[in-house]
Every structure is written in C-alpha cells, then in structure tokens.
Design a protein around this ligand. Structure first.
Ligand code: SAH
Length: 216
C-alpha cells in the first residue's frame, strides 16, 4: 500500500493549501511554494500523519516546527508586490521547514540556527529534498549574518524582546524584515528599508518560541 500512503499525503497536502486560502492567504506563488514542500519530511515519524494540519508541531530540543499559516503569512508579507524574495536570511531554521519553503521563491537562502543538533537535522533534510540553494549556519541570529548580507528579505522564527539592530543594518535598500516581537504578548512586526528610512508596521498577535542568546 505504498501507493496509498503517497495518495494520502497528496490529499492532505491539498487540504492544507485549501485551509490556507480560507484563512486569507492570497498569493499564488506562496501557496505554490507551500504545496511544493513535503512537511511530513520535517516532523518526527510518529507525528507524520499530522504533518499537514495547520498547527505547530514539536521538532525536538523543546522547539516547534512553525504553523503553516504563520509561515505563509510571513512570506506573503515579504513578497507583497515582488515576484521573488531576493537574497534571503532566516533566523531560527529549526530543522529547515520554512527555509525549504523560502527556497522555492528565491535562488539564495541563508538560514541560521543556534541549536547544533537541529541544524544537523536541517542539513540532512535539505539533502533528502535535494534543496541545494539553502546555506545553513550554526550561529546566534541576533547578529544576523554580516558576511553574507545585505539581504532583500529577512525572516525571524523566534520572538525577541525588540528588533535586533544588526538585522536592520543588514537590510538592502528596499529590503524587508518580518519578525515576532515581545514576550508573553507578541505581535508580528513588518519593517521596510525605504529611501526615507525604516518604516515599521505592527500586525497580528502571534505566539513564537523565544529568541535566545548564544549557541548550544
Ligand atoms: N523555522 C522553523 C521554526 C523553528 S522554531 C520551522 O520552519 O519550523 C524557532 C527556532 O529558532 C528554534 O529552532 C530555536 O532554536 C531558534 N532560535 C532561537 N533563538 C535563536 C537565535 N538567537 N539564533 C538562531 N536561532 C535561534
């Protein structure tokens, strides 16, 4: 029944895309990117049957794989009015799910993760998917990735108490940064580097794991 398992995955993946539409994701490029990445590869085998539910799931080391809607929403914000993401930096790669989605929308993704074993999982997952345009680095994302910047798009998958200054500095002209900010109460912040300076828009209430200092 191997064939059957494949069909189930196809169907549940299609249902995930329908749910994203219902929740308001409109950008077809984002929906295509979400549908191209097999989320079950990124979750533990015991949870594979739940991989296409629109919920965060545990990925080990006390961290979670992000909720599909939140991934889609943040990427839609970054993309708004542009065909591609340009050079992209992700902070908090976990085991690489969102990085793989980003990699459908640009030729160059850099992703950093502070927990070594998760980074190794992310590398293995990229090999499994043959996703060769994602470069992964074990580092504290508070400092961005100065050696690879500036970036057209920066996305942060963990909530800091405020916006890390190096991330602003590493934004290219007209670059965009989307990140959760706060502790118990968090909101999504969207920042654009315009010719007149940084313009911040505060958006939805969200719930992310904390952006922590240092590596482990
Ligand atoms: N992007 C992942 C989400 C992982 S959860 C996905 O698609 O599923 C957020 C991740 O941010 C965790 O793995 C956590 O270890 C990492 N993180 C937290 N603080 C960090 C920091 N300062 N630098 C890099 N990664 C960090």
């Amino acid at each position: 029944m191997l064939h059957g398992i494949g069909m189930t995955s196809q169907r549940t993946r299609a249902r995930m895309i329908e749910r994203l539409r219902e929740k308001g994701i409109r950008n077809e490029a984002v929906l295509n990117a979400m549908s191209a990445v097999p989320r079950h590869v990124f979750v533990e085998e015991a949870l594979a049957s739940r991989a296409y539910e629109d919920t965060a799931l545990p990925l080990g080391m006390g961290q979670t794989i992000s909720q599909p809607f939140v991934v889609a929403r943040m990427i839609e914000l970054l993309l708004n009015g542009r065909p591609m993401l340009g050079k992209t930096l992700e902070i908090g790669a976990g085991c690489g799910y969102q990085a793989a989605v980003l990699a459908q929308l640009t030729s160059e993704v850099y992703a950093v993760e502070r927990i070594g074993p998760l980074l190794e999982k992310a590398k293995a997952n990229m090999r499994t998917l043959q996703q060769f345009n994602v470069r992964l680095k074990h580092a504290d994302g508070h400092f961005g990735l100065p050696e690879a910047g500036p970036f057209d798009s920066i996305i942060v998958a963990a909530a800091g108490t405020r916006v890390p200054q190096p991330l602003l500095e590493q934004l290219a002209p007209n670059g965009r940064l989307v990140l959760p900010v706060g502790t118990t109460e968090q909101y999504l912040s969207f920042i654009e580097r315009t010719p007149q300076g940084f313009v911040e828009t505060r958006l939805d209430a969200v719930r992310f794991v904390p952006l922590l200092a240092g590596t482990q």
